[in-house]
Design a protein around this ligand. Structure first.
Ligand code: SAM
Ligand code: SF4
Length: 460
């Protein structure tokens, strides 16, 4: 059988931003005949979309590249050509180094340049004479204008990037260096994209940004909108049932956004608001520009606006200088707030960030022990939250097939993973599910009718 399209293999590491970017790269390459494939074997193009946030990122990329090099050779021996590209934040940070160490890599490009993929491909594929390409510009200005319209369906629940980059310069973080300064997309561009997504079947949109609540997009008359106003406008879109946003910074949690949590029903009662540490001393060393009490106050206001709000956070343990007392303050903050799901990490020094040059390094064993203690507490809170939902009937958006036959996976308003006995034809529907079982990372239940009767498996 002859192949009528070119095979594109994309591997994506890291945050949702990278997932969004990978999807856009697929859209950009589609008009050139590329369709995604599940493996790098025999691919015509391989893109590794990388993350630089924690240690060993570069080594993981090189370990994948080692395998891809062999596959590229096999393809060449068979008379074909595989274009190998490294994209994302490792590419941004280590561009020239990757080109030097891996001569079989054809292109390295950073997160702000992927809209130039067609030009880069033309260079690599020889339209202007075959050459290797390094593209690590950091300007975002025209990137979104140049992206093609997305593929027809983005799925039932999809990400929409509204803001990129960061000006906060937390001392542990590479993002301001790999993604550049804060940039917000124009309001109309976002609304148009959201409407197209809804026309294609999307029912839940998760607004994305490295600091999404720092959003300050311009409308058509040049007025600046904050995230609260954008969410209220999005809520007017017919057919869009659920709105979420991630990831936020406590300093950008303004009154308008807090009130929006109380007034917009479509804004789901779940918020990921990273705090990193419960110690003011460590928060200062991290350059977070907020204190633990400032964070507690924000959460109190949010809960006043939306009493059932479920909360999530990121934590770093073992930042340079962190003492046992600081660690206890983090545990205390977790006790005070009560989270439903969190991410927690051991501090990993990132070259080029101020944290990497700080004294007071915390021993690995101590970091591991503190991480264990923190995670034990967070897991306990997560299970307790899941158990509290037993017996409740929640609206669940069914977003994919479940692991077992006759099962669908969905999300509760609180972002819980929910396993539901249901037929595949209910994909994309919001169904009432009575929760009857809680596990550490998910809950499960049965579809019920309006009067609370459990639906027979065959009917559901
Ligand atoms: N912008 C978000 C914020 O302000 O919280 C988070 C962005 S970052 C991509 C995601 C998470 O990775 C951070 O919240 C932090 O917990 C973690 N992280 C970043 N740099 C780290 C490092 N050097 N070591 C360990 N964890 C890190
Ligand atoms: Fe990194 Fe801090 Fe910016 Fe978040 S706010 S992306 S942690 S520098």
């Amino acid at each position: 059988m002859t192949q009528d399209h070119k095979k594109l293999y994309i591997k994506t590491w890291g945050c949702q931003m990278n997932v969004y970017d990978s999807n856009r790269m697929i859209d950009i390459l589609a008009p050139f005949g590329y369709k995604t494939t599940e493996t790098a074997d025999d691919a015509d193009m391989v893109i590794l979309n990388t993350c630089h946030i924690r240690e060993k990122a570069t080594e993981k990329v090189f370990s994948d590249l080692g395998r891809i090099r062999a596959q590229k050779q096999i393809k060449k021996d068979a008379g074909g050509k595989m274009v190998v590209a490294v994209a994302g934040c490792v590419a941004q940070a280590e561009g020239e180094y990757i080109m030097d160490r891996a001569p079989y890599v054809d292109m390295v490009f950073g997160p702000q340049t992927y809209h130039e993929l067609p030009e880069m491909m033309a260079k690599v594929l020889g339209a202007y004479g075959s050459e290797r390409v390094v593209n690590t510009e950091l300007t975002t200005d025209d990137k979104f204008d140049k992206l093609p319209e997305e593929a027809e369906s983005q799925g039932v629940s999809a990400f929409l990037s509204v803001q990129e980059g960061c000006d906060k310069f937390c001392t542990f973080c590479v993002v301001p260096y790999t993604r550049g300064g804060e940039y917000s997309r124009p309001v109309q561009q976002i609304i148009d994209e959201a409407k197209r997504m809804v026309d294609g079947g999307t029912r839940e949109i998760n607004l994305l940004g490295q600091n999404v609540n720092a959003f300050h997009g311009l409308d058509t008359i040049g007025a600046t909108w904050g995230l609260g106003r954008l969410i209220r406008e999005m809520a007017e879109i017919d057919g869009l049932d659920r709105i979420r946003y991630t990831t936020s910074h406590p300093r950008d949690m303004d009154e308008d956004l807090i009130e929006t949590h109380g007034s917009v029903e479509k804004l789901m009662p779940f918020l990921h608001l990273p705090v990193q540490s419960g110690s003011d001393r460590i928060l200062k060393l991290m350059n977070r520009k907020h204190t633990a009490d400032h964070y507690r106050d924000i959460i109190a206001k949010l809960r006043k606006a939306r009493p059932d709000l479920a909360l999530s956070s990121d934590f770093i343990v073992g930042f340079p200088g962190e003492t046992e007392e600081d660690h206890q303050q983090t545990l205390k903050l977790v006790e005070d707030i009560g989270y439903t799901s969190c991410y927690s990490f051991k501090y990993s020094p990132r070259p080029g960030t101020p944290g990497a040059n700080m004294g007071g390094l915390v021993h690995e064993d101590i970091k591991s022990r503190r991480l264990q203690e923190l995670q034990a507490l967070l897991n306990k809170q997560q299970i307790e939250f899941n158990e509290q939902t037993i017996g409740k009937t929640l609206p669940i958006l069914l977003d994919r097939k479940g692991r077992h036959e006759g099962q669908m996976h969905g999300r509760s308003p609180f972002m819980q993973s929910v396993h539901v006995e249901a037929n595949e034809r209910l994909y994309g529907k919001i169904v009432d599910v009575k929760i009857d079982q809680a596990l550490a990372n998910s809950v499960s239940g049965q579809i019920v009718t309006a009067d609370g009767t459990v639906m027979k498996k065959t009917a559901a």
